[in-house]
Design a protein around this ligand. Structure first.
Ligand code: ZN
Ligand code: ZN
Ligand code: FE
Length: 764
C-alpha cells in the first residue's frame, strides 16, 4: 500500500484527556494549536477532563497529538490520553464548545501556583491597567485549590464569586486568544479584591498605599500579619535581631526555626549555600520552603533559626510578596501565623482575634480563603528532592497508583496529619493538617475530609485508620463514621506509602524507623524491619525493646530514654554523666525507681528514641520543645566523613533479627567520657546504624530472596543517615526506594493506609 496516500487520508479522531486539564488554559491552548495546524473540530470540558474531536489528514493529526503531549500549558498535568477513530464528517473551523455540566466534573483541580512571569511583567509595568495590583493572575498562575468551594471548577464555585467581573475583565475571560480566557480568579483594580490595613486594635487604617506603610513598619522592627494564599504569615525584617526576638517572645517560647522569604537567588546566596539543584526546587512552580545550609558570617538574625545549621527559605510566590520585596528587602521572616501546634490561621476575624497580641498591623484583603494550606517544606537529600511537608503548591495533585482501588478514605495519624481519598487508581493526599490534639486541628481535620469528598465527588466505601486505639483520627474512623473501617499498622502504612509512590506492588524489605507507632503486639514500635507489600507484612526484625520512662513524657525529655538505656547497661546510674546534667537528682532517681519497677514505662523499639538517648548522653539536650529536636541536633553536629562504625550487637532467633542498642549506647558513653569530639561520635553513630541496616537486609535477602529495600518513617528526614544507608545498601547491590513526592514522616501515612485498605479492588 502506498504510504504517502494513506497519510493524506482524511480522518476524524476523538481525544479524551484526563488529569489537571480544567481551569489551566487547556482549551485555548488546544484551540490555538488546531488553528495553527489548520485542523477542524472542537474542544470542550466535561466530566472526565477535556474531550477533543479533530479532523484532518493523518499526518497533521499525528503532529497535533504529539504537540499536545509535549507542550502542555504550565499548570496542566496529563494523566492519560485516550484516542479513538470516528467517521469523517467534513467539519470546517475549530470551536470551543460549552462545558457539559449535567454531571459534576471529575477533572482534577490545580494546586495554587506562583505568579507567572507574564503577570509579573504587567505588575511592574506602569502602563498596564493592573500596575501594582496585588491580585493579578491568569490561566497560568494564581490561586486555585485554596479558593475552590465546590465542583465543577467555575467562578461561582470559588471565593471569587464575591467579585463580579467588570466589562474589560469579562471580555478577556471570553476571548480564546487572551491569557485570561476562562481564568476563574481573573480580576483587576476596578472589580477585584482590595488590600486593607488594620491596626492592633482591629481598627482599619485609611491610607493610600498600605504596602509602603507595611514596608516602613517592617524596616522599623514591627511585626505584621500578612494574608497570603493559604493563610496568614507573621512577618518581620530577618536582619533585625530585636524584632525577630520580639516575635519569638510574642508567639510563645518555642525554638522552632522561622521560615524566611528571600527576594531572589542572589539574596539567598548572601546567607545560605544554595546548589543548582536546590535553586531548581526553590524556584519550581510549587515554591516550597527549602532547607538550606546557613553560610558562616551570614548577616541575618541568629534568632531566626537558633542552634540550627539550616535556614528554611522560600521565594516570593504571590504578586503581593513581589510588591513587598520591591520595597528593598533581601529577606523577611514569614512564619505561619499560629500558636504552637495549632493550624495556620486563615480566616479574617479569627486572625484579628488570635493574632491581636502578636501583630502590630494586619495587611489583609477581602478575597476569602476557602481552604487553609500551609507552605510546603522540602529539602535535597542524597541528591534527590524530598518533600517533608506536602501542602501548598502540591495539593490536590494526584498520586498515580499501580492498581485500581475501592474508594477509601484514610484518616492518617494524630501528628503531622493528612488524609487521603482514593478514586480509581488515583490517590489524593490532603494538605498538611497538623496536630489533631487541639480543637482547631481536629475541626480542620473534619472539614478537610468533607471538602475533599465534595471536590473529588467520590463516596468512600470504607475507611482506613491507624491501629492506635487512642488516636483521635482512629476514634473518628471507628466511632463517628458508619462505614467499615480497617485499622492499619503504622509501620506497614509507612512501607506501603513508599511502595505506592514508586508504583510498586511487589514485596520489599521495609526499613521503617520513626518516633512512635502502635505495634501489633501492643508495644510501641519504631525501629522496624518489615517484609511486606500493599496487602500484608511480616515483622522480620526490630530494635530490642526498651522501657520508655514516663511514656509520652520521654519524647519531650530525652534524658529519660538515656537513663533507661544506662540502667539496662550498668544497673546503677553513673551520676556524673552528661545525660543527667541539670536534672535534679531526686527527679531522675524517682524516674529510675519507677522504671525499674516497670511503672508507667511502656516498651518501645523506637529508633527516634534511640537518637534522643544518644543526644542526651552526649549532653546536647536533656529537654526538647518539639518532637525530633534532639535527633535533628545530633545530625547537625555529626561529622559526615567518619569511616569507622562502632561494633554493634545483632541477635538472630526464629527468623527475627534484633538489634540491641544498649550495647551501642555503652560504647558511646565511654567515647564521650574519654573526651572524643562529639562530632566524631555522632558521625560514627550514624555510620553504625547504616552498617547495621545493611547487615540485617543481607540476612533478610538470604531468607526471602527479596532485593528491594524501602526506607521510610520520620527518621529518614535525616539526610546523613539516609545518605549513608543508601550508599551502603547500593554497594551491597540492593535496589533502594526512598520517598520523594510523599513525606517519609507521618504526613505520608494516610496514603499507605489507603492503598492497604483498598486492596481487593481489581488489578490492571
Ligand atoms: Zn499569570
Ligand atoms: Zn476588572
Ligand atoms: Fe511514623
Amino acid at each position: 500500500m502506498n504510504h504517502q496516500s494513506s497519510n493524506n487520508q482524511h480522518v476524524r479522531r476523538k481525544i479524551v484527556i484526563e488529569g489537571v486539564v480544567q481551569g489551566v488554559g487547556f482549551r485555548p491552548y488546544v484551540y490555538q494549536l488546531a488553528i495553527r495546524l489548520q485542523i477542524a473540530g472542537w474542544v470542550r470540558n466535561d466530566r472526565t477532563g477535556v474531550t477533543i474531536e479533530v479532523e484532518g489528514n493523518e499526518e497533521d493529526l499525528d503532529s497535533f497529538l504529539e504537540q499536545l503531549r509535549q507542550n502542555t500549558p504550565p499548570l496542566a498535568e496529563i494523566s492519560r490520553i485516550t484516542v479513538s477513530n470516528l467517521n469523517f464528517l467534513g467539519d470546517r473551523g475549530f470551536f470551543i464548545h460549552h462545558s457539559q455540566s449535567d454531571s459534576p466534573s471529575r477533572a482534577q483541580i490545580a494546586p495554587d501556583t506562583f505568579v507567572c512571569s507574564e503577570c509579573l511583567h504587567e505588575l511592574f509595568d506602569q502602563s498596564d491597567r493592573r500596575y501594582r495590583y496585588p491580585f493579578i493572575n491568569c490561566t497560568n498562575c494564581g490561586p486555585r485549590f485554596s479558593i475552590v468551594t465546590g465542583v465543577p471548577y467555575d467562578r461561582p464555585l470559588t471565593t471569587m464569586a464575591d467579585f463580579p467581573m467588570c466589562s474589560r475583565c469579562l471580555s478577556e475571560y471570553h476571548d480564546p486568544n487572551s491569557r485570561r480566557f476562562h481564568a476563574q480568579p481573573n480580576a483587576c483594580p476596578d472589580c477585584g479584591p482590595q488590600l486593607t490595613l488594620v491596626d492592633s486594635q482591629r481598627e482599619p487604617v485609611i491610607i493610600k498605599d498600605p504596602l509602603k506603610f507595611v514596608a516602613e513598619t517592617l524596616r522599623q522592627g514591627g511585626i505584621v500579619a500578612i494574608k497570603g494564599l493559604g493563610g496568614y504569615h507573621l512577618a518581620v525584617d530577618a536582619t533585625n535581631s530585636a524584632a525577630v526576638n520580639e516575635l519569638r517572645r510574642r508567639k510563645s517560647r518555642d525554638e522552632k526555626p522561622f521560615a524566611l522569604m528571600a527576594r531572589d537567588q542572589d539574596s539567598i546566596s548572601a546567607f545560605a549555600e544554595v546548589s543548582e539543584q536546590e535553586y531548581q526546587l526553590l524556584a519550581g512552580p510549587e515554591r516550597p520552603i527549602v532547607l538550606l545550609h546557613k553560610k558562616t558570617g551570614h548577616r541575618l538574625a541568629e534568632e531566626v533559626a537558633p542552634d540550627n545549621r539550616y535556614f528554611g527559605v522560600m521565594l516570593p510566590y504571590t504578586p503581593l510578596h513581589y510588591l513587598l520585596f520591591a520595597e528593598g528587602f533581601n529577606a523577611i521572616v514569614m512564619t505561619s501565623a499560629n500558636h504552637t501546634d495549632e493550624p495556620i490561621v486563615y480566616q479574617d476575624l479569627e486572625a484579628l482575634e488570635r493574632l491581636s497580641g502578636i501583630a502590630d498591623f494586619f495587611l489583609t484583603h477581602n478575597r476569602r480563603i476557602e481552604t487553609r494550606t500551609d507552605d510546603s517544606i522540602a529539602r535535597i537529600m542524597a541528591s534527590h528532592p524530598v518533600i517533608l511537608r506536602r501542602s501548598r503548591g502540591f495539593v490536590p495533585r494526584a498520586v498515580r497508583l499501580p492498581c485500581k482501588l475501592k474508594p477509601v478514605l484514610a484518616v492518617g495519624g494524630d501528628l503531622k496529619n493528612t488524609i487521603c481519598l482514593t478514586r480509581s487508581n488515583d490517590a489524593f493526599l490532603s494538605q498538611h493538617i497538623g496536630d489533631l490534639k487541639n480543637t482547631e486541628g481536629y475541626e480542620s481535620f473534619k472539614r478537610t475530609i468533607n471538602h475533599l469528598i465534595t471536590l473529588l465527588d467520590v463516596c468512600p466505601e470504607r475507611l482506613a485508620c491507624d491501629l492506635h486505639p487512642d488516636y483521635y483520627s482512629s476514634h473518628y474512623a471507628l466511632e463517628e463514621c458508619h462505614l467499615p473501617a480497617m485499622p492499619v499498622q503504622h509501620h506497614h502504612a509507612h512501607l506501603a506509602s513508599c511502595l505506592a509512590e514508586h508504583g510498586r506492588q511487589h514485596p520489599a524489605i521495609g526499613i521503617v524507623f520513626d518516633g512512635l507507632g502502635y505495634g501489633a503486639d501492643g508495644h510501641i514500635w519504631g525501629g522496624e524491619f518489615l517484609i511486606g507489600d500493599l496487602k500484608s507484612y511480616q515483622r522480620s526484625g526490630h530494635f530490642r525493646y526498651q522501657p520508655m520512662p514516663g511514656g509520652d513524657l520521654a519524647t519531650r525529655q530525652p534524658w529519660r530514654m538515656a537513663l533507661s538505656y544506662l540502667q539496662s547497661v550498668f544497673g546503677e546510674i553513673p551520676e556524673d554523666c552528661s545525660a543527667l546534667k541539670g536534672i535534679p537528682k531526686n527527679e531522675w532517681q524517682l524516674v529510675a525507681q519507677a522504671n525499674q519497677r516497670g511503672i508507667n514505662s511502656p516498651l518501645t523499639s523506637s529508633c527516634g528514641r534511640l537518637f534522643d538517648a544518644v543526644a542526651a548522653v552526649l549532653g546536647l539536650r536533656q529537654r526538647v520543645s518539639f518532637e525530633g529536636q534532639a535527633a535533628m541536633e545530633l545530625e547537625m553536629i555529626a561529622d559526615p566523613d567518619q569511616t569507622q562504625p562502632y561494633s554493634y550487637v545483632l541477635e538472630f532467633e526464629k527468623k527475627l533479627v534484633q538489634f540491641d542498642p544498649a550495647s551501642l549506647l555503652k560504647v558511646i558513653l565511654e567515647e564521650e567520657r574519654s573526651g572524643k569530639p562529639l562530632s566524631q561520635i555522632a558521625g560514627r553513630f550514624h555510620l553504625t546504624l547504616a552498617a547495621m541496616m545493611v547487615e540485617v537486609c543481607e540476612y533478610l535477602r538470604d531468607e526471602s530472596r527479596i532485593n528491594s529495600v524501602v526506607l521510610s518513617g520520620g527518621v529518614f528526614q535525616n539526610s546523613l543517615l539516609t545518605q549513608k544507608a543508601k550508599n551502603g545498601l547500593q554497594k551491597a547491590n540492593f535496589e533502594v526506594l526512598t520517598h520523594s513526592h510523599i513525606p517519609p514522616n507521618d504526613g505520608g501515612l494516610a496514603l499507605g493506609q489507603a492503598v492497604i485498605a483498598g486492596q481487593d479492588g481489581e488489578y490492571f
